[in-house]
Ligand binder design. Structure first.
Ligand code: SAH
Ligand code: SF4
Ligand code: F3S
Length: 479
């Protein structure tokens, strides 16, 4: 889309994405005015909190800001700063308030500076109230459902001298073909669905991301083909529960079927996905993974708790036994797969026996790595209203025990690949080890090895010489 051919004096188009390109053209005028007033090209900085979904959203925000004429800055001392927020746990939330204070300092020194807040936290009414009251220096606030309208919101911001706030409760709209600025030229996230319908009783995501919506498979395939033509070799298919992909489409498609089609794309080398809910993981999917040459040998399978009693109260809809049996089927079908997980400690009413059940599963499944979280009470979720919250010191002590066990096992698991030769996608220069680059194996493990930055973006063969707990040291093998 050539923004120069857009008539900015005409009324804005009503259809998307044409409407947003019209507003991008308008933004350019405003950004140009800042440039003329300040005598330099205005800069932007985006700080992303939270998950891969947010990271992908930030690439879309950056795409619009580049079109509008901003250039990317290295730090928050920029002309336009966006915080793309997360609220899954309270500490993610608190960090935003802390850093806003620092931003205010920059803004006092830079009359052109604008501050925008978006993402999951903004979907909470109490947060927006607090910002309106105590953070008046913020210029623009929007949510997760109207992020496609970013260009239009920017124009509102430039044309207003007050805080602009636009939060939607939900949406069924999916707008395709907006600009994106990828962080990595060689790999990319691809949204396959938005929202979540699961309502796990501790989790705020369904409230802030809305109901589950899948993209049409043709749109997903078209996007991936375009990414591959632009140099991408690895995609990560993104959704809160990819295993329920496609159920609500006019012509339903399973996630396994979608993967089969993605696999057919020439030039694409690796496929990853995030996140799989154990309750919906089909045998068809295991088969597709086992047969695939491109799907990476890694599955993230959040456990949350090993206690069937707690799993029921969490509304996870599987039992300890069903989970362990599923992990077994996966390891049998794909022996070299790495299994990773998320675990919550201190869910309301968790007893020492419940916690022992979690340790039990950890020892039985033997995760390659696990993210462990202390339960965080999220306003509006059913678990927040439960009156048997576990005392902090008990939770902390359990958390430490779990972490120790998880680390011991993942260290042992990593040893099983030491001495093997593996394909590695080289991702970046290693800043700690002179002359080294770092990359990822199919199973998501990291390896550092001597090599030149010209290898970045390539898939090379590396011998894993030494396992150092969380990563390997290796040497590149001649092709
Ligand atoms: N859709 C993904 C999870 C997204 S949130 C899934 O179902 O697997 C990522 C992780 O954050 C969750 O797996 C869970 O372990 C953790 N989490 C979510 N809500 C939490 C809370 N209230 N307290 C602590 N951890 C939480
Ligand atoms: Fe949250 Fe559960 Fe949905 Fe994951 S599946 S986002 S944990 S409600
Ligand atoms: Fe956080 Fe929203 Fe992701 S709450 S984990 S950024 S979906």
């Amino acid at each position: 889309m050539n923004l120069n051919t857009i008539d900015k004096n005409a009324a804005p188009p009503t259809e998307e994405p044409a409407r947003q390109y019209y507003f991008m053209a308008k933004c350019r005028q405003y950004v140009k005015e800042i440039e003329e007033a300040s005598g330099r090209r205005p800069t932007f900085f985006i700080q992303t909190f939270g998950c891969q979904m947010n990271a992908r959203d930030s690439e879309k925000l950056a795409g619009v800001l580049l079109e509008a004429g901003y250039q990317e800055a290295e730090s928050e001392d920029a002309d336009f700063v966006v915080y793309n927020t997360c609220t899954v746990r309270e500490n993610a939330n608190l960090r935003v308030y802390g850093r806003l204070g620092v931003l205010h300092g920059y803004k006092k020194k830079n009359p052109h500076m604008k501050i925008a807040l978006c993402g999951c936290m903004m979907q909470e009414a109490a947060v927006v109230e607090k910002l309106k009251k105590s953070y008046r220096f913020v210029d623009l606030i929007f949510g997760t459902h109207n992020i496609f309208k970013f260009a239009e919101l920017l124009v509102s911001m430039f044309e207003s001298d007050r805080m602009v706030i636009d939060i939607w409760k939900d949406t069924d709209q999916i707008v395709e073909d907006l600009p994106v600025d990828r962080k990595y030229p060689f790999k990319s996230g691809v949204n396959i669905m938005f929202g979540c319908n699961n309502f796990c009783s501790y989790c705020i995501v369904p409230y802030v991301r809305g109901r589950e919506r899948s993209r049409e498979p043709q749109e997903i395939l078209r996007e991936i083909r375009a990414l591959v033509a632009d140099g991408v070799v690895e995609v990560m298919l993104l959704g809160q529960n990819v295993n329920s992909y496609g159920k609500n489409l006019e012509h339903p498609v399973t996630f396994a079927e979608l993967l089969r089609q993605v696999e057919q794309i020439d030039g694409l080398r690796r496929i990853r996905f995030m996140t799989s809910h154990p309750k919906d993981l089909s045998d068809e999917l295991i088969q597709v993974m086992a047969d695939s040459k491109k799907i990476c040998r890694h599955l993230h399978l959040p456990l949350q708790s090993g206690s069937s009693r707690l799993l029921k109260i969490m509304n996870r809809r599987y039992t300890k036994e069903a989970y362990v049996a599923l992990a077994d089927r996966i390891r049998t079908a794909i022996p070299d797969i790495a299994l990773t997980t998320d675990i919550i400690v201190g869910f309301p009413g968790e007893t020492e026996e419940d916690f022992q059940e979690t340790l039990d599963v950890v020892r039985e499944v033997r995760y390659d790595s696990a993210f462990t979280f202390i339960y965080s009470k999220r306003t509006g979720t059913p678990a927040a209203a439960m009156d048997n919250q576990v005392p902090e010191d008990v939770v902390k002590e359990r958390f430490d025990r779990l972490l120790k066990e998880v680390q011991r096992i993942s260290g042992e698991m990593a040893e099983r690949f030491a001495g093997t030769e593996q394909e590695v996608l080289v991702e970046e220069k290693n800043h700690q080890m002179e002359g080294c680059v770092s990359g990822r194996l199919s199973n998501n493990h990291v390896v550092h090895f001597p090599g030149d930055v010209s290898l970045i973006g390539q898939i090379v063969r590396v011998r894993l010489e030494e396992c150092r707990g969380f990563y390997y040291m290796g040497h590149r093998q001649e092709p």
